[in-house]
Design a protein around this ligand. Structure first.
Ligand SMILES: [Mg+2]
Length: 416
């Protein structure tokens, strides 16, 4: 450190501390020029702007400006009030001016984003969520809509309570009222996410790949029963995988192509991936299914990473065995770490999305683990849960609005 540098940082300066301030609120029909008109009116009094907030809802503007009071108390402030009111009246707007001191109160410590997905979002649900936030001692600082399609998504900025107790309280409320409520801590970390890793079966795609194979082998019911038990965590995944794959022994390799064609992407999957890629994210999949399908998905969706089990094929038929190390619950978490390392992204900046018990380790290891239409066991353990059948709603948990997604789509046609 050079001798010229101070050893202690200078005290934070609060320019508006203790200073007389005026809160000016304008409300009415929105039209071009209102903001310019208000500040042009205020400029005559040489006041400083401390804060501005403006929203337009169904054509009505609410414009709030926090300004320093004019230096000369009395005539000057009275003149300012009269001028603002007369300007507002000339535009048939309502104006309210409140005297006071200082800036906004600083936000409480412990800040979170609460994303609510409703289809529809009812007043009753909104009341329950707001009451739940208040019940934890949290304060709602801002609310705004992220999306109206395919579901109504609203974000609450909350302060004054730590993220964990807020998440616990809202998880109970969300279950009671049947809407999705995701709580993530605020701060730079949320903006710094750089890698998204998804499960495949019943997450990226609507199907369970082994069941598609089983349908061609005529053992669908037997395989589905084992899958269901494995996903509930009642069976060791590796054991159940070997059991199910054994049922496919003797199946002609031409079935692989048929299964690839059978795969149905989850609604919103393409929008999610396209938007993430535009934002510079790397995107990968890990699957307890098979590379014979995930490699095709990687190609089709321009994914950066893909890993799964490989069905052994000999003399043009499936042998009923898998090759190499099995991708199981621990394997998925291990692959998330590997992908993060290869992408040069710390684990805290990763997002994992999955639906099954074998996704739990991966969801816990990621900076943000999202349970997607998951079993209750998985939902309870994840950081956030989405229960609407649209994969692109995960974007809302990252604070990305529908409007941003759509305007990117309009201005750029060469997405994936
Ligand atoms: Mg799955």
């Amino acid at each position: 450190m050079s001798a010229l540098e101070p050893t202690q940082p200078p005290p934070a300066i609060e320019p508006a501390d203790g200073v007389r301030t005026l809160l000016v609120k304008i409300f009415g029909k929105d039209r071009p020029g209102i903001t310019a008109g208000l500040f042009d009116t205020l400029a005559a009094y040489a006041v400083d702007v401390i804060d501005i907030e403006q929203v337009v809802t169904r054509g009505r503007i609410v414009l709030c400006a926090l300004i320093t009071a004019p230096a000369q108390v009395g005539t000057s402030e009275g003149a300012l009030r009269a001028t603002v009111h007369s300007w507002a009246e000339s535009l048939r707007l309502e104006a309210e001016i409140l005297s006071g001191t200082g800036d906004n109160r600083p936000r409480g410590s412990g800040r979170s984003h609460v994303t609510v997905l409703g289809n529809p979002l009812t007043a009753q649900s909104t009341a329950a969520i707001a009451a739940s936030i208040t019940g934890t001692g949290g304060n709602i600082d801002r609310i705004f809509r992220l999306a109206k399609l395919p579901v109504t998504a609203v974000e609450f900025a909350v302060s004054g309570v730590a993220t964990e107790p807020l998440r616990t309280a809202l998880a109970t409320t969300a279950t009671d009222i049947g809407v999705d409520v995701a709580v993530v801590s605020a701060g730079l970390q949320r903006r710094a996410r750089r890698l998204v890793v998804m499960d495949v079966d019943s997450t990226l795609i609507q199907d369970e790949v082994i069941e598609l194979f089983a349908a061609h082998a005529g053992c669908e019911a037997e395989v589905a029963a084992v899958t269901e038990r494995a996903m509930r965590g009642e069976l060791d995944f590796e054991q159940s995988l070997h059991e199910r794959v054994a049922l496919l022994a003797g199946l002609d390799v031409s079935v692989v192509e048929k299964v690839r064609a059978d795969v149905r992407l989850t609604p919103g999957a393409r929008t999610l991936i396209r938007t993430l890629k535009r934002l510079g994210y790397q995107v990968g999949v890990v699957s307890g299914g098979f590379t014979q399908v995930t490699d095709a998905l990687r190609e089709r969706l321009s994914l950066d990473f893909a890993a799964a089990n490989t069905l052994e094929i000999e003399n043009g038929v499936l042998t009923g065995r898998v090759v190499g190390q099995v991708v199981d619950r621990a394997g998925k978490a291990r692959l998330l770490r590997t992908f993060a390392e290869q992408a040069g992204v710390p684990l805290a900046q990763t997002v994992a999305i999955g639906d099954g018990a074998n996704d739990l380790d991966m969801l816990n290891a990621a900076g943000l683990g999202v349970a997607f239409n998951a079993k209750p066991l998985v939902r309870a353990a994840a950081h956030a849960a989405v229960n609407v059948p649209f994969l692109d709603t995960v974007l809302y948990l990252l604070g990305i609005s529908r409007e941003e997604v759509e305007s990117a789509d309009e201005s750029d046609d060469d997405g994936v």
